[in-house]
Write a protein that binds this ligand. Structure first.
Ligand code: SAM
Length: 524
């Protein structure tokens, strides 16, 4: 292989990945598969499952660290070689060697010897002299080369350039932050137990955590003249990441792994929905009606499950920590019709798995006190229309069917590079354009399906403005019935944008890069 194949957005099957040989050989083959367009998610398990337990930790660290430092290592390699090295296999092998010397504290002789042996095993015996020479040179002065490697970013140049344009003030911290690993956060199922109780269980299992509370930026109207009530959502941050299987009661659905900034989506859309219920009740004098809500890009169901946890919890004060002693309440709806769509059948399977673990099967939900009817549909959100409404009806103004829409949009996922460092290899500049067009199409198709007074929460895990604030500005400029709902000053997350807020993966609480914008549909 002389040139990396163009990166593909699709998660190609990893069936052709040969998993034999030493740990380093397997890691090198995995990295080659990623450069050929396969995602880390599709190749990580085959790699780890092919190894003895004792080797898994090293293989995982070697693979993930090489990916996180990939572009910086490539630049270092270019500066070390007398002549350009074209062969991808040779470059990959040397980068794996460099990671051991510079980041993983593997003893020099083991790092060099085993990496040279790996080169022979992958069929590049002719390059062993070159590999040996470069690694020895680095091993003589690792501090100097580590400093050199760490000096700049470890991103493709197009992405670094765009981040500089979008986040000049945060650029250095951001590009360095994206080279780090991300903390692990837990979401406790509010329908089953409290965060404090589960934290005690974790203490008992000697898993240390700290509470992370984010104010959603929503205020409930106060019944008295007191200040409005600020609502917060609380997750647990692990001091040290652990295997999911080590989390007490995980299999019983008490807890889920979810980034802290991702944990904002469900509370925000849920609270917006409750505001609509409250407004509808006071206007029409109704206290009892069916709600139709939509999770438009739902798989694998992380935010959907969170929303279901909130919807099926009976006591609102369990869902959110009300910061003042006041009990202003919104009426709970009776009968909720929740539709979840996604266009990838294999990812929809993961929704079913997740919901089953959390005891949210369709039967469980139908029997819950809020009588939730869940409909999961494999469909393209650029064209899908809710059944029961004609095209003509949707083209008419003010005739939507949904009270609230959560649109966790497909995006470049540049905000989660710390967790998925393969993104910095697979994503291309053209993907940004394509993705922004797809997002605009989805928005365009869903907006008419929202009722007047209903809310749409637009979410991405991107840190590129084109997919976020610029996308929203473009949308709002073309829809005179779209009102921007500002998050209040009480908001404890993200950076205020012209529309919405942007979390960067360098924020104090350690969450990923997410963008949130909330729109309400008004009479045009
Ligand atoms: C950011 S992920 C959603 C994550 C999910 N909300 C969660 O919290 O677990 C975006 C999803 O959009 C889906 N998607 C991409 N294009 C789509 C389309 N045209 N129609 C529907 N879903 C689409 C992808 O399959 C992917 O599952």
């Amino acid at each position: 292989m002389r040139h990396p194949s163009p990166a593909s957005k699709n998660h190609k099957p990893s069936s052709n990945l040969i998993m034999n040989g030493s740990v380093r050989v397997r890691v090198i083959r995995t990295l080659l598969a990623i450069q050929n367009g396969q995602s880390l998610a599709s190749v990580l398990d085959p790699l780890l499952n092919s190894l003895h337990d004792g080797d898994k930790g090293f293989a995982h660290a070697l693979l993930l660290t090489t990916l996180r430092q990939w572009h910086a290592l490539a630049r270092l390699l270019d500066s070390l070689a007398d002549n350009p090295i074209d062969e991808v296999e040779v470059r990959t092998t040397i980068q794996v060697g460099l990671v051991q010397l510079l980041y993983l504290e593997v003893a020099d002789h083991a790092a060099i010897h085993e990496t040279v042996e790996a080169a022979k095993e992958v069929g590049f015996a002719h390059a062993t002299g070159l590999i040996n020479a470069i690694l020895r040179k680095v091993a003589k002065n690792p501090n100097k080369f580590r400093k050199k490697c760490n000096k700049n970013h470890s991103l493709p140049n197009w992405l670094a350039y765009q981040l500089k344009q979008d986040w000049s003030e945060q650029y250095d911290a951001l590009t360095q932050g994206l080279r780090q690993s991300a903390p692990m956060f837990l979401r406790v199922n509010a329908a089953t137990t409290s965060v404090a109780e589960y934290q005690e269980v974790l203490d008992g299992a000697e898993i240390e955590t700290e509470l992370t509370e984010l104010s959603t930026g929503f205020c409930l109207p106060s019944a008295s003249n007191a200040a409005p009530l600020t609502l917060a959502t609380t997750g647990l941050r692990l001091r040290q990441s652990t295997a999911v299987s080590a989390l007490p009661d995980f299999a019983d659905g008490i807890v889920s792994v979810q980034d802290m900034h991702a944990q904002l989506a469900a509370p925000i859309i849920h609270r917006a929905l409750m505001s609509k219920v409250s407004a509808d009740n006071s206007q029409a004098g109704l206290d009892n009606h069916e709600l139709h809500i939509l999770d438009a890009c739902a798989a694998p169901g992380g935010k959907l499950a969170h929303w279901l946890e909130l919807l099926s919890s009976e006591d609102a004060s369990v869902l959110f920590h009300v910061k003042q002693d006041n009990t202003a309440a919104t009426s709970a709806p009776t009968g909720i019709k929740l539709t979840a769509i996604d266009n990838e059948a294999s990812r929809i399977e993961r929704i079913y798995d997740n919901l089953k673990r959390l005891n949210f099967t369709q039967t469980d939900l139908a029997q819950s006190s809020n009588d939730i009817a869940l409909d999961i549909v494999c469909a393209d959100a650029t064209r899908w229309r809710s059944t029961g409404a004609s095209k003509k009806q949707y083209s008419a103004k003010n005739s939507g069917v949904f009270d609230a829409i959560l649109l966790d949009s497909p995006c470049t996922a540049t905000g989660v590079i710390r967790r998925h460092p393969d993104i910095s290899i697979l994503r291309t500049e053209e993907d940004v354009e394509q993705t922004a067009l797809l997002q605009a199409e989805i928005l365009q198709n869903l907006w008419p399906q929202l009722k007047v007074g209903g809310y749409l929460l637009y979410v991405t895990c991107s840190i590129l403005k084109q997919e976020n604030v610029l996308q929203m500005q473009d949308f709002v400029s073309r829809h005179d019935d779209a009102a921007v709902v500002a998050f209040t000053e009480a908001c404890s997350w993200g950076i205020e944008q012209a529309i919405g807020r942007q979390c960067l993966p360098i924020d104090r609480e350690g969450g990923d890069g997410f963008y949130y914008a909330l729109l309400q549909k008004t009479m045009a």
